[in-house]
Design a protein around this ligand. Structure first.
Ligand code: NAP
Length: 246
């Protein structure tokens, strides 16, 4: 168990990639702090983890809300005394051609996908500096690297996240804290389930591995970046995309 006695905050943990990360970390002995906007769904995930003998706590919060995020982090530090891992996984899409994209669609995606990462990273960093240890991993996307039609807002948020990651990595590297990003390609989750069949076929045709990724394949990269073995890796973007973008 590589994460025994570790305290891990995972945002967007009620489904998809975040839920699988939570299960993987709990199986490695971490106490997982599950954050999402729907408490009922989080409770179910926490129960599944507890049934398997893992430790989980639930925090209902919107990552884009600075006050709510600060309150979550204060509560975790009060109860658990430290934070070892922050996994910035919560994310949304509001797709559309720029010609038709509404201001609210731009603002919402930037607020959750980019400001959410600022909110949580800022809230945990003082504690991590104090303990001279920390791992921050944020979920970017292949779209943040290559762009995508109809996703100017999402691509901007996921590319912005990479600049944030590299900057923070430089600021805190000397304090035992690493800051990295994982950029998944097309992963089979509720986020991608609703895409039209035509779009799915188009994606498959540009993936050399010739299949969509599994949430666990992303979770394994996140787990590695949080391990002690990854102490010399910081400011990096690990791509998990079946070769879709190289
Ligand atoms: P998902 O199935 O849609 O799950 C995202 C989770 O984030 C949901 O539980 C969602 O809650 C939660 N969330 C949304 N807004 C939130 C907010 N304001 N505060 C707190 N939680 C919030 O997505 P996924 O496919 O697992 O993706 C996870 C991450 O990987 C995202 O950052 C995504 O952009 C990135 N990613 C995914 C893919 C892919 O192919 N799936 C590819 C590249 C990158 P609700 O369901 O209640 O709204």
């Amino acid at each position: 168990m590589i994460f025994r006695d570790r305290i891990s905050i995972i945002t967007g943990a009620s489904q998809g990639i975040g839920e699988v990360i939570a299960h993987e970390f709990a199986a490695e002995g971490a106490a997982v702090m599950l954050v999402d906007i729907q408490k009922a769904k989080l409770d179910e995930v926490a129960k599944k983890i507890a049934d398997k003998g893992g430790k989980a706590a639930v925090y209902e919060a919107d990552v884009s809300n600075y006050g709510q995020v600060s309150a979550v982090v204060e509560s975790v530090i009060k109860d658990y005394k430290k934070i070892d891992h922050l996994i910035n996984n919560a994310g949304i899409t509001k797709d559309g051609f720029l010609l038709r994209m509404r201001e609210e669609e731009w603002d919402a995606v930037i607020a959750v996908n980019l400001k959410g990462i600022f909110n949580f990273s800022k809230a945990v960093i003082r504690s991590m500096i104090g303990s001279r240890y920390g791992r921050i991993v944020s979920l970017s996307s292949v779209v943040g690297l290559m762009g995508n039609v109809g996703q100017a807002n999402y691509a901007a948020s996921k590319a912005g996240l990479i600049g944030f990651t590299k900057s923070l990595a430089r600021e805190v590297a000397s304090r035992g804290i690493t800051v990295n990003a994982v950029a998944p390609g097309y992963i089979a989750t509720p986020m991608t389930a609703g895409l039209p069949e035509q779009a799915k076929t188009a994606f498959l045709s540009i993936i050399p591995v010739q299949r969509f990724g599994k949430p666990a394949e992303v979770a394994h990269a996140v787990k590695f970046l949080c391990s002690d073995e990854a102490a010399y890796i910081t400011g990096q973007v690990i791509q998990v995309n079946g070769g879709m973008y190289m």
